[in-house]
Design a protein. Structure first.
Lengths: 373, 373
């Protein structure tokens, strides 16, 4: 599924073993909507494509991290067609054929399945690294170090490897990974057996998980051989597996329209629910790097510098007698006077003024505004 | 002082007594800066020229009220040259010669003195009604009714007449007028002797004034014969009087530049301090009309409709779980979520987010922003 219309694929020579990571491919998932970061992100320019944390967009920074391990030609971005203009603008150096267009959104299992199928066609010995496009990982070097170890672990040809984040607070918005005994000891980090994937907990459970020590945040970072992954689908998601086999055939015959139709017929299922929670061969490596999913406006206070009063200020802003605010302008000057704990964001599309405690509800606002305009 | 450059004047035939108010002239004072209503008002487009309360600007509504009594040709607007473009835009029907340009701001005594001198030259029997340009008086009919009575009182040729506002709250931001006995009883309202003009009180005094019953707010509305007013200046502000005499000579000789220089030499003095507090021949009529000086953003909650949660909403706005806010957009959509008691104003010049209790300090913000840009 290249950017130019119908799904097609060209079989390439397997990369073989030239170079330490010549078998490695990155798949960066850039689905999703723009609602939580309205008015900076919008339906057409969702979170990965917006400069939230600095000059670069989150997806640019994600590609930069991948480039520490592989050349740009082995980095793929999966996204909806409507986001292609924004993505091309952020990633001018990414070859057009490396944008994998989902004809429709079908959650992560079909999305990763599609990418795995395409990469497996190109290189049956491929190791695939799946990354979300919109997370904040400032230390690219440490990140790359750990991913290299994960690739090595995946090369064993037995395991689905995931990278878990040591929980920093009792977060109820994430899934958790409960680990068991150490399975492998690598030079750059240990691999633990995964006992189970845990869905978003309530606060009491989340508190327990943080204290207990064997729970990690599930950050959606996966490393595996495409072969091992596809076998996992065959065992646990047989209908998706068969559909992908059919889709593979269509791609090989150059039947892009048919491939699109097959994909559109897939059930919406997340990879966590469909595969990871069921598979027995999952290993987890604890992330030794700083990570933040930058999930809402308030998270910017965690990842960006603040002034003495705890304000995050970006763009043309004036804060007078204001504290613990996130104030961002991509537009005209914003002045905050005598306010506390507010999110104030101005763009050419709109202006948000929101109590920090309500940052999760910004989606609603975006929906109302989109309906009105 | 016509709009076109230097001060000049053309002597006109006195209006005589044709028509009930053919001796009456309105002088609308439109000095002042735009800081308290940033970002809607600016240095170049101050408060009178901004649509704060509805579709019309405050100065348009002021002229509309005056037109209930006199034709447009007898309505004058005194303003600084920098505000002429904004004023002409608001008042396209006002003859250009009816804009009286202050060469420099010298507070209200020289300003009213200048207008009185020019009107007196044109019509020595003139009654002059002085109005601020930026107050909110929704009931034009009642306003006009009372002003007509005030003009009749002023025609007696003895008194400086002012209209006082029955105090609605213990306001510390206004001057007060302490009244004495009834002096005149007119069909449309009584005239009281003025005991004294009181400067802005502290809260305890303001509370006392409200309860006491004989105190009124000084709203800067004055009605008098130009002759009586100029005699008042001769007694209490002799230097200004002499300067105005000199200025009158310059105007008669067509020496606009000289007239400007004389005006620039005047001391900055308010009419309250310079004349009203000293004169013994002041009468006051209580206003029977609704009045608000729309002094800060918070005052809009008093003069505009609010929703069930007490929000004033104007322009493209969305308020979700928000109460007691003033939310105005002349620009992109503004969304307020989970906030209370805020002033949120967006224009093409900037965005203000301010706790209602700090509305008085918006000036500071405007100064900082103006310095930065």
């Amino acid at each position: 599924m290249k950017a130019k219309g119908k799904m097609t694929v060209k079989k390439e020579k397997p990369s073989g073993t030239a170079g330490a990571f010549s078998d490695t491919y990155f798949v960066i998932m850039a689905g999703g909507r723009g609602e939580r970061f309205w008015p900076l992100s919008t339906d057409l320019v969702p979170k990965p494509f917006v400069s939230l944390t600095g000059k670069k967009t989150l997806i640019e920074m994600t590609v930069d991290r991948a480039k520490r391990i592989v050349p740009i030609g082995r980095i793929f971005v999966v996204l909806g067609r409507e986001h292609l203009p924004a993505a091309k603008k952020c990633l001018p150096e990414l070859p057009l054929k490396n944008f994998i267009i989902e004809p429709v959104g079908r959650d992560t299992a079909p999305c990763i399945g599609l990418a795995a199928t395409m990469i497996h066609l190109r290189d049956p010995g491929a190791v695939m690294v799946v990354l979300p496009s919109d997370h904040f990982v400032p230390d690219g070097k440490r990140f790359a170090g750990l991913v290299r170890q994960a690739v090595k672990a995946a090369r064993g040809g037995e395991h689905l490897v995931t990278i878990g984040i040591p929980p920093q607070r009792p977060e109820t918005g994430y899934g958790y990974i409960k680990t068991g005994n150490k399975a492998l000891s690598l030079s750059g980090g240990d691999c633990y057996k995964v006992r189970r994937f845990v869905e978003k907990p309530d606060l009491a459970k989340a508190r327990h998980y943080v204290k207990e020590g064997s729970y990690y945040w599930n950050a959606g970072i996966f490393v595996w051989q495409t072969r091992v992954f596809l076998e996992g689908l065959r065992s646990h998601m047989p209908r998706l597996y068969e559909g992908l086999e059919e889709l593979r055939g269509a791609l090989l015959r150059g039947e892009g329209r048919k491939a699109d139709a097959i994909f559109a017929g897939f059930e919406k299922v997340s990879i966590d629910y469909g595969l990871m929670e069921k598979a027995k061969n999952v290993l987890m490596m604890p992330a030794g790097f700083r990570w933040d999913d930058v999930g809402t406006w308030t998270s910017l206070s965690r990842v960006l510098d603040t002034d003495d009063a705890g304000n995050v200020l970006r763009g043309r802003t004036v804060a007078l007698d204001a504290d613990n605010c996130v104030i961002i302008s991509d537009s005209v000057p914003v002045a905050a006077l005598g306010v506390s704990g507010l999110i104030i964001v101005a763009s050419k599309d709109g202006i948000l003024v929101c109590d920090a405690s309500k940052a999760q509800e910004v989606r609603q606002i975006a929906k109302i505004i989109n309906k009105k305009s």
